[in-house]
Design a protein around this ligand. Sequence first.
Ligand SMILES: Nc1ncnc2c1ncn2[C@@H]1O[C@H](COP(=O)(O)OP(=O)(O)OP(=O)(O)O)[C@@H](O)[C@H]1O
Length: 230
Amino acid sequence: MSALLHFDAVSKRFAAGLQALSEVSFEVAAGEMVFVTGHSGAGKSTLLRLVNGADRASRGTVLFEGRNLAKLGRRTLPAHRRRVGVVFQDHRLLADRSVFDNVALPLLIAGYAGAEIGKRVRSVLERLGLGDRGAARPAMLSAGEQQRVGIARAIVAQPPLLVADEPTGNLDPQLAADVMQVFAELPARGTSVLVASHDLPLIKRMRRRTLVLDHGRLIDDFRPPAEGGS
Ligand SMILES: Nc1ncnc2c1ncn2[C@@H]1O[C@H](COP(=O)(O)OP(=O)(O)OP(=O)(O)O)[C@@H](O)[C@H]1O
């Protein structure tokens, strides 16, 4: 079976001449949760932006579900974006809409019927411990709740892949652990996860595969040994 995500010798050079990624190759299989780490400026955000179609590789090939993302055009990009949920550090919620409406947005865009939207939004809010916050405006919520609303919005349409860029950067350690727990449960529900983070203690605790970038180069692809293995 082909990989969900495939990077083959991918480089990204910005107009200013800066090489943000150099010949990066790796694959992510369906059902994996993978961290991307490295120093500030190592290329983590750049890598994630190539995956969600926000930017394009300068060289090399990025395949998602077997499709070459270099070939995405105005007509096909929206469909790709619907298959990759995105979580940012600054969750980018709509301030003048309720929590429910914020989370419902991807389903509205995908053309779901009203009753189905209600069912799915209530279910995902419940799962993230936000069952009683649907009517609230984002500004009325704590930072941790707002981040969970952002996650709810990213996963409500059950995309095959979730990419998250420093999703716990603003959260205290307990909330960060809670968010990681939510992510860790996604692969079993059909959503693979790619998380950029520089929080090494957190990554270590999660015991998941970790890609390490250094000045745009992939210098390690670490898979922790299975628990209980010898
Ligand atoms: N649009 C852009 N134009 C020019 N250079 C850019 C652009 N975006 C990123 N860069 C540069 O590419 C390099 C990699 O940046 P990137 O944001 O991917 O790093 P990062 O690992 O996510 O860092 P951080 O942890 O600080 O967010 C940096 O040197 C950055 O300045």
